[in-house]
Design a protein around this ligand. Sequence first.
Ligand code: NI
Length: 135
Amino acid sequence: MSRIVRFGVSVPRELLEEFDKTLKSMGFRDRSKAIQVAMRNLLSEYRWMKDIKGVCTGAIILLFDHTVKGLEDTLTHVQHDFTDIITSTMHIHLDERNCLEIIAVKGESESIKDLAHKLTTIRGVKQLRIAVVAV
Ligand code: NI
């Protein structure tokens, strides 16, 4: 059994409220356990991303807050740097704040990961999912 450590985390209030609500409905008794599960999910998703090799096709799905200043410009700039792997982009306005973008990709897995990484680090991007298959 490894040693348990404590750490502090800063998160937006609404995110924590929603997290707590979801934990309750999922049957978690405390945040620690749920955060451990969330951390492991993130690690396994990253590991899967790291392992996929060669030419792939699929989509990058992005949820973001379009009211964050400069975000849409940055998103466009990043996508213009990857025109060799982006086949099309669909933009859906979900509500006053949130937008969903579905970016269809085809190319070397390394380029797809590079694009996904650049998109994840943009401020205002709330969630990113990659769904790709090897060709
Ligand atoms: Ni929109």
